[in-house]
Ligand binder design. Sequence first.
Ligand code: AHR
Length: 627
Amino acid sequence: MKCVSGFFAYTFLAGSICVTAQTAKLTIDASVNTSPVSPTLYGLMTEEINFSYDGGLYGEMVRNRTFDAHWPRFEHWVTVTQGNAQEKFDADETGPSEALHKSLRLTIKQSSPGNEAGLANAGYWGMAVRPSTIYRGSFYAKADGVGTAHAKLVSDETAATLAETTVDVKDGDWQRYSYSLKTAAGVKPSLKNHLEITFAHPGTVSFQLISLFPPTFHDRPNGNRPDLMEMLASMHPNFLRLPGGNYLEGDTVEERFNWKETVGPLVDRPTHRSPWNYQSTDGMGLLEFLEWCEDLRVDPVLAVYAGYSLKGQHVGGKELEPFIQDALDEIEYVTGDASTKWGAVRVKDGHPEPFALHYVEIGNEDEFDKSGSYEERFARFAKAIRSKYPQYKLIATTPVKSAIPDVIDDHYYLTPQEFFDLVHKYDTADRNGPKIFVGEWATRMGSPTPNFGAALGDAAWMTSLERNSDLIVMASYAPLLTNVNPGGMQWSTDLIGYDALTSYGSPSYWAQVLFAQHLGDHTVKSAAEQVNSRFFWSATVSTKDKVLHLKLVNGSDKTQELVMDLVGAKDGPAVMNSLHAATWWDTNTINRPDVIKPMSSKVNITSKNWRHDLAGNTIEVIDIPLQ
Ligand code: AHR
C-alpha cells in the first residue's frame, strides 16, 4: 500500500487517505440524467417448454388427460384392482367432441363393493396434496352398467385414501361429470399421491378429459399454480411475451401454435404436439395466456405465427393469406369488443373486457429461415396489421429492409464471460433506427437452473440493459420455468424450478427480482476508474421518490475496494440488498432452495469519498436517498 493524493484508489488509514493497487473510484452524479429508463424494461417470456404449463404453471394435476400421448397413447394411466376384481382398458374410437374424437374404454369383468376395479393416474411426477384443501375434478364418460364411480386421492407410500367421493355415472352416451375431493386437516403436504377412479359393478365405460385441479391463483377455473404466480409477480414484470419461442412456430406448419384451436371449452381443443417433444394439452390457450397477463397486471407482447416453422417449412405467395388473416383475427380476439366477430367469441369464452395491447411480434427467430422469406412475410404481415391496427408497434425477429419495424427482437444465450464482454454492445448502437427488445436472454451456466456464475453474468448484462434503456425498451429472460424431475427439462438453465409440490428461485431469479424492484426512471452520469475487468455498475434514479438505485456487480472472486463520490446523495443510512455466493458454482436446488437469497441491511453513506468494499462474487443493489 502507498499513500498518494490522486483522484482514484484511496483507502482510509489512521485518518489519512491511502491507495491500494485494488482500490477503484466510482463517481456518480445523481443530478445529471443521461438517458431515460424504459418503464417496460423488465418482463417475462414464456412458452410450453420444460413442462412449463402442463406439469408446471397450469394447475392440471392429471397427466395425459385426453389420452393422446404419442406412444403409448395411454401413457401415465394404469389399471387398479382390489381383491379379485378384473378389468382391462383399450382404445375407443369415439369421443365426446370433434376435437377429442377418441377415448379410453375400460371394461370391468368382475368387481363388487370392496373389490373395485378402475384406473389410476400419478400426475406430473406426482400429485401435490395438502391439508384442508378442495380439489375440483371432471371427466366425460359414456357408460354401460358400471354405475357409481369412486374417485379418490391415494397416498403412494401408505395406500391411505386422502380424499374421496362418488359420482353417479349414467348408462348412455357421452356426458360431463364433475366431482370434488376434500382433504382432512391432518393430511401431510406431499407429492407422492395418485388419483384413482374405480367401480364396484362390471360393465364398460369410456373416458375422456379426466381432470383434477387444486385451488388456483385468484381462484380462476382452469387456472394457474399460486406459488409460481406469486414468484412471477415478485419479478415486477411489465409484459409477457407469448406464446413463444419455438412453441409459436412448431416443428411444422401443422404443429404451430394455432390459436383458434386453443380457445373455447377444453373439450373442443384437440391438443397439439409441441416442438419440445411432448403433447400440449392447450389448457393454457390464448385466453388463459391473456388472463395470466391480467392476473399479473402486465400487457401481452403478442407473437403471431408468421408462416415459418422450425424444420424449415415456410409459406409464401397466396398461401400466406390465411395466416395473415389468422393474425388479424387473433388481434381482434384480444382487443375487439362484442361487435367484432372474434371479440364476440372472446366474450362468449367468458371475458367481456378487451385486453390492452401495444406490441405485436411477427414470428420468432426468423434469422433461421435460410430461404430469406422473412422479408416478404414480414412486409405482408406488417402491411395488413398496420392498415387495420396502426396503433400497435410491430416487432421484427431479425433486421428487415422490406418494411420498417418499430422494434427488433435480439436474443442472447451466452456464458458469464461472454456477457461480461458484451456489456458495451449497445452503448454505441444507432439510436435512430428501430428500438430493441431483448426478447430472450440468459447466461447459460447451471442445470436445471442457473448457478451464481450465471447470476453474475445476468447482473452484468442487466447493468447494460439499464444504461441503454433509451434504446432497449423491453427485455425478458428465457426460459422462465422448468419442472426439475428427470425428463422434465428440455433446455438447461431456466429461471425458476419446481416439482408438483414446491418451487424455488435460482440465483438468477433473485438477481432479476432485485434489478426489477429497483429500476428507476433515468440513468444518471457515472464513471469508474481502476475497476477490475469483472466489475459492472448501473446508476439510475427514481425521480419522484428521490432515490438513487446503485447496482454493483463483482464477478471476480476478489474484493473490489471502492471509493465513491455520490453527488446529490444524502449522507446517512441507505438500504442495501446483496446477493453473494462463495463460488460461481454455488446454487439453489429444489431440496436446498434458499442457499442464495438477497440479504437486506443498512449502510451508512457519505456522498464524498464513501469507502465501500464489494466482496467477490457479489451483486448489490443500494437505494440511496437523494437531497
Ligand atoms: O428459450 C428456448 C428457445 O430458444 C426458444 O424457444 C427459441 O426462441 C430460442 O431459440
